[in-house]
Design a protein around this ligand. Structure first.
Ligand SMILES: Nc1nc2c(ncn2[C@@H]2O[C@H](COP(=O)(O)OP(=O)(O)OP(=O)(O)O)[C@@H](O)[C@H]2O)c(=O)[nH]1
Ligand SMILES: [Mg+2]
Length: 320
């Protein structure tokens, strides 16, 4: 049986192999992703972000258990900023998601933020595609909402949950302005601690300030560890998905996602083609000239671009 068929049948080993290929040899992986694309588009992608230790993995785990009872197949992508390695499950998540690990209809994958040649968002999009083709109904992407690259990643989601917790000093500071705007649902987790209601009030105030009352994201209180509020959170996610489907927002988000995917792929392929065509010798020459102060890198790029254009022209139209 060929590789892409195995992935489509939900074969975990084939999918894991393909994900490794995405990270190490994208050109090769692309051929299989191409075959898979026609089987994609059914999964709903839910992004979960928030500060370190706020309970993102716990909530992902509990939501997954909740929807497994409804027969939904689940994919989980945990983006781990601390890990330079990719491929394996990180220890923490492995422990917390232990119950899920034995469920063949839950596929968990952790990836490090570093070491992605074509960018983290390209890798994540490819993994979403693979899980989608495997037949997952819901795909969670968990990431710590710290840097720009994490925000880029989470933006590929259909729905975004922001997790906040009480008692982190100046509470509201933990939800940064940039990330505030992308949240569809606020999850106030660790509501067993003091200050949950105060945090809710602060979030409400900030929403009103930030969005001029245009948006009205809901706020759900949870105690992840006790499974409190999880069913309500899932109901809210489902309600929101219907709303976003009806008002065309999901379609708009997917349009942005496809645009970004094409942009990322193009950038990468184009770069490769450029350097292939100008050749190592021309590049090496320019490097030396810049090194000897005979030229600056800006001029070097202009010159190399001229060489590129000439070659494309000489080669007729069949190169680009
Ligand atoms: N008291 C309390 N503790 C919780 C709750 N939810 C999660 N925790 C605990 O908080 C700790 C961190 O939870 P995680 O789910 O790993 O948090 P996370 O946001 O995924 O953490 P990182 O991925 O490391 O950023 C764990 O020890 C959980 O058991 C809650 O509602 N109440
Ligand atoms: Mg986590």
């Amino acid at each position: 049986m060929d590789f892409s068929t195995r992935v489509r049948q939900g074969d975990i080993r084939a999918a894991a192999k393909l994900i490794t290929m995405v990270e190490n040899d994208f050109q090769h992986a692309q051929k299989i992703l191409k075959e898979l694309h026609q089987y994609c588009g059914k999964a709903i992608v839910i992004g979960i972000t928030g500060p370190p230790g706020s309970g993102k993995s716990t909530i992902t785990d509990r939501l997954t258990q909740h929807i497994r009872k409804k027969g939904k197949k689940v994919g989980i992508i945990a983006i781990d900023p601390s890990s330079p390695f990719s491929g394996g499950a990180i220890l923490g998540d492995r422990i917390r998601m232990q119950d899920l690990a034995t469920d063949k209809d839950v596929f968990i994958r952790s990836i490090g933020t570093r070491g992605h040649l074509g960018g983290l968002s390209r890798s994540t999009q490819a993994i979403v595609k693979i899980m989608d083709a495997m037949g997952k109904d819901i795909i969670f992407i968990e990431t710590v909402g710290v840097g720009q690259s994490e925000i880029e990643v989470i933006k590929v989601s259909d729905v975004i949950l922001l997790v906040a917790i009480p008692g982190m000093g100046d509470d509201i500071q933990v939800i940064k302005a940039g990330i505030m705007e992308i949240g569809d649902i606020f999850v106030v987790n660790k509501a067993d601690r003091d200050g949950a209601d105060k945090l809710i009030m602060e979030i409400e105030m900030m929403i009103n300030l930030n969005d001029d009352g245009k948006r009205n994201p809901s706020i759900i209180k949870t105690v992840g560890t006790e499974n409190i509020g999880i069913a309500q959170l899932w109901r809210e996610i489902e309600r929101l998905i219907v709303e976003l489907e009806e008002n065309g927002q999901i379609y708009q988000r997917r349009r942005n996602r496809v645009r970004k995917e094409i942009f990322d792929l193009f950038q990468e392929n184009w770069k490769e083609m450029f350097f292939q065509l100008i050749g190592e010798e021309n590049l090496g020459k320019e490097v030396e000239r810049v090194l000897k102060q005979e030229d600056d890198p800006y001029c070097a790029v202009e010159k190399l671009t001229e060489i590129f254009k000439k070659k494309v022209f000489q080669g007729g139209n069949n190169i680009v």
